[in-house]
Design a protein around this ligand. Structure first.
Ligand code: NAD
Length: 352
């Protein structure tokens, strides 16, 4: 993949594993909106500014795909615990192993990340080289297509819901009913006592949010997000929250409109958890933050131990990732094009 250019399938030499490395034969790779940001070359910083992914240290050409399930093809001489044919999920958020975040088990927040599918070649491929067996989790008995979500969409949602959880029971507002948001609805319903309100622009996506367990849905396209006063989505959400507002908002879009709406619907002591990378800038009315004692925080993917917990939740059937579209490797351009055009309802995978 290179920014703005169609993806091409290339024939490469099969990799052989060194040291702790493992070569995984890819069964499925999730199609995440972050693959789109990678394809576009970066992130909207607002006011015409653009943060290039190359400024984060990512080098093109790169094979995208960080949600990867497959089977072990070959393990290096120092790899332990996995044998040829074992079904595995890859933890893609590879860190340096030495910085403070890595030392406390949060490799996803490493100062110098080396994530698979961003910094290292990822799962839109037949084979993937995993830097160590320590980044694998066995998924025996779990559908590999659905398992892909556990490496990013569900993992990020799980981490975000944990940040929101302190404030529940009450109301959690989930903004964006895409790959991440739908997992957010499902996980929030499964692990908190809160009532879940899901907001999107598209009734088909909101219908799916209902199926995933949302107690209420709000279409902010129809009624406007904040600005339309008493008829706005923000007012509608506040009224659904007994007129007081929500304890937590998880914004899986994170654009100026959605973040502004998120702030507007928080009750006193509420938290706004920003997850999406749609980007832009917003103005903040500063006195509101101390007067309402509001917390604004970011969430970036999740830790290896969170992913292991999620695999167990999926094994027990407590969460059920839902895959709604499947593409071949030679249809990767179509998959990303469909995601960009908002034609994918739920999550899609590529099956190489
Ligand atoms: P997606 O394309 O599957 O879903 C996005 C959803 O947001 C769609 O349902 C769309 O209709 C909805 N939406 C768009 N604009 C909206 C608006 N103004 N108001 C309400 N709803 C709106 O995307 P995804 O794969 O779920 O990813 C969502 C975002 O999260 C992307 O920016 C992605 O890069 C980012 N992401 C962040 C992390 C992290 O760790 N922070 C991890 C993975 C993905």
């Amino acid at each position: 993949m290179e920014p703005g250019k169609p993806l091409e399938v290339s024939e490469l030499e099969s990799p052989s594993p060194r040291g702790e490395e493992v070569i995984v034969k890819v069964t499925s790779a999730g199609v995440c909106h972050s693959d789109l940001h990678l394809w576009e070359g970066g992130y909207d910083m607002g006011d015409g500014e653009f943060l290039k992914v190359t400024d984060r240290g990512i080098k093109y050409p790169v094979t995208p795909g960080h949600e990867i399930a497959g089977t072990v093809l070959e393990a290096g001489p120092d790899a332990k615990g996995f044998s040829k044919g074992d079904p595995v999920l890859i933890y893609p958020w590879v860190g340096c192993g030495r910085c403070p975040a890595c030392r406390e088990g949060s490799e996803n927040l490493c100062d110098t990340p080396g994530s698979v599918g961003l910094f290292l070649d990822g799962g839109y491929a037949e084979l993937v080289r995993v830097p160590s067996y320590r980044y694998l989790v066995g998924i025996d008995g779990i559908d590999p297509d659905g398992a892909t979500s556990l490496a990013c969409a569900a993992l990020t949602a799980y981490n975000s819901v944990k940040k929101a959880d302190a404030a529940s029971p009450g109301f959690i507002v989930v903004i964006g009913a895409g790959g991440l948001g739908l997992m957010g609805v499902q996980i929030a319903k499964a692990v908190t006592k809160a009532k879940i309100i899901c907001v999107d622009l598209d009734d088909n996506k909101l219908k799916m949010a209902r199926e995933m367990g949302a107690d209420f849905v709000v279409n902010s396209n129809v009624i406007g997000s904040v600005s339309a006063g008493s008829g706005s989505a923000a007012q509608k959400i506040i009224s659904l929250c007994d007129g007081k507002g929500a304890e937590s908002v998880i914004d899986f879009v994170n654009s100026p409109q959605t973040a502004q709406m998120g702030l507007a619907v928080l009750r006193k002591r509420g938290s706004l958890i920003l997850v999406g990378l749609f980007g832009g800038k917003m103005e903040l009315s500063l006195v509101t933050i101390p007067l309402k004692s509001i917390t604004i925080q970011g969430a970036y993917t999740g830790s290896y131990s969170d992913m292991k917990e999620l695999v167990e939740l999926a094994r027990k059937g407590i969460i059920k990732p839902k895959i709604t579209r499947r593409y071949g490797l030679d249809e990767a351009n179509e998959a990303l094009g469909d995601l960009k055009a908002r034609k994918i309802n739920g999550r899609a995978v590529i099956n190489p």
